[in-house]
Design a protein around this ligand. Sequence first.
Ligand SMILES: [Zn+2]
Length: 606
Amino acid sequence: MSYLVLARKYRSRDFEALVGQEHVVKALTNALTQQRLHHAYLFTGTRGVGKTSVSRILAKALNCTGADGTGGITAHPCGVCDACRDIDSGRFIDYVELDAASNRGVEEISQLLDQAVYKPVVGRFKVYLIDEVHMLSNTAFNAMLKTLEEPPEYLKFVLATTDPQKVPPTVLSRCLQFNLRPMAPQTVQEHLATVLAAEKIEAEPGALRLLARAARGSMRDALSLTDQAIAFGAGSLSEAGVRQMLGAVDRSHAVRLVEALAAGQGAEVVAAVDGLRSLGLSATGTLEEMVALLQQMAVLQAVPDALDESDPDAPTAARLAGLLAPDETQFLYSIVLHGRAELGLAPDEYSGLVMVLLRMLAFRPGGAAAAPQRSIATTSAKPAAAAPVLSKAIAAPVAAALPARPAVVASAPIARASAPASEPPPWLDDEPPYEGEALATTVSVREPEPQKMQMQMQMRPAPVAGASPTWVPTVLGDRWAEAVSQMNETASISALVRELAMQAQCVAVDEQVQPPVWRLRVERETLRAPAQRDKLQAALSELLKQPVQLELEAGVASDTPAQRAGAERARRQNEAEQIIHNDPLVQALMQQFKTARIVPGSVKPH
Ligand SMILES: [Zn+2]
């Protein structure tokens, strides 16, 4: 079989063929039809979603002369004129693709901009695609800005990036921006089926499903993987063959880890990670696969009928779903999701992976499946060591997860007369929906068994249990919290600056220098933007009535005003709950109605 790589052979050649990006296609088609052309376009989106393809189609649309050589700008490039064919084959002199991520990027961009003053050689328009534009140096951006500010009529810029946040606002503001979406596995799978039918290659649906999922939203990756699979399977695609080939992204590793975690086997977890390391498999990829698996498990736990019989992985997910309680699954999901961001901070990604996974064991809610006693014992023995790391994942949601509810609810026992006593009464079902980080704790609160309640106490920040906070209050923390509180009262700072102040840990104040330097540690990169820093610095200077210099550093922040506020809320909450629990009327009610319980979290302190 003579071979042209599928990803190239089946690259979308017109807007109609651009799979899964209908919103972009519609906007561009309308713009071209009405000849309302912008001079710079920015396409954002993860790799392989079609940024380069859109750029080429746009270049063709602008330069197509039609099959008979008389056509103008069109939303439907003919594909047969010289311009169309030359752009498709990468030979069109007025269409330049440049990868800013390559070493030659900076030099080439300045050369390219030098050329911008000249009219197109053969086409109507010069079209410059600058891929991974966020990688350009400041010098290069400035050079490009000059051209963007006063672009010649005949010049169109197409900028593409996987990371638009790194593109300077001055450039963003001059571009018409389109976000290309990652493609749904189903869309990818359907497209693969079409391509393989056209290639007359036999493929099992299970094989396509595996390939589509492994591509993670990138059609290009899907086609490349399919190429590999065809070579691997000597011309046909069997599910077993594809599964074997995808070793790198195989789910079996995630399955092994979830099994080990469900059984509470720390040694097996460590051994599994060693195995990943020796195979050179990505720690991030492993966590991503675990996220997908846990998500599937959670859906099957909630909706057993959702089992997709044709999904080759469904039976395994269903089996694992039986090993963990739903709240545990949610808890693991939350930890894995947060763990991905943390891998980059760890000394190496495998040690980071071990820590994330062991955290699941250490803080796992007392599970129905395996060794609950053991897991509670582990938790009680270790909170001091692991708590600071957990403060973000656990402490914050506790404060966020307290819904406003009536203090006591006595359910009507008649309504649930036939229900087993251990089942939660129906009024628990109308709790407000929770999401994201709040899951780990909220779910535990819903569990009626005493051991889970005990676990819940362990998972909350220590002030709730009456001990010292999980982070150590510092003198600098006192000082910063005081300053932030005063700045908040003046109300002259914006919400985002306030958020920065609340999420910052003051790690140093140097008053030996002029102006004094306050050093803050802030975890979220989005909060560390220079503009916010400047505003916070101005507010602090105003408060202190002298100029100060504010420096922001990346890192896990502790003893932040936000954490302090959360702990204070939790302490007041605990007090209020104690008062309610000890109230004679409440106790009498609970005696009388056996199924009556105080809805955990429904108590609101005044
Ligand atoms: Zn054409």
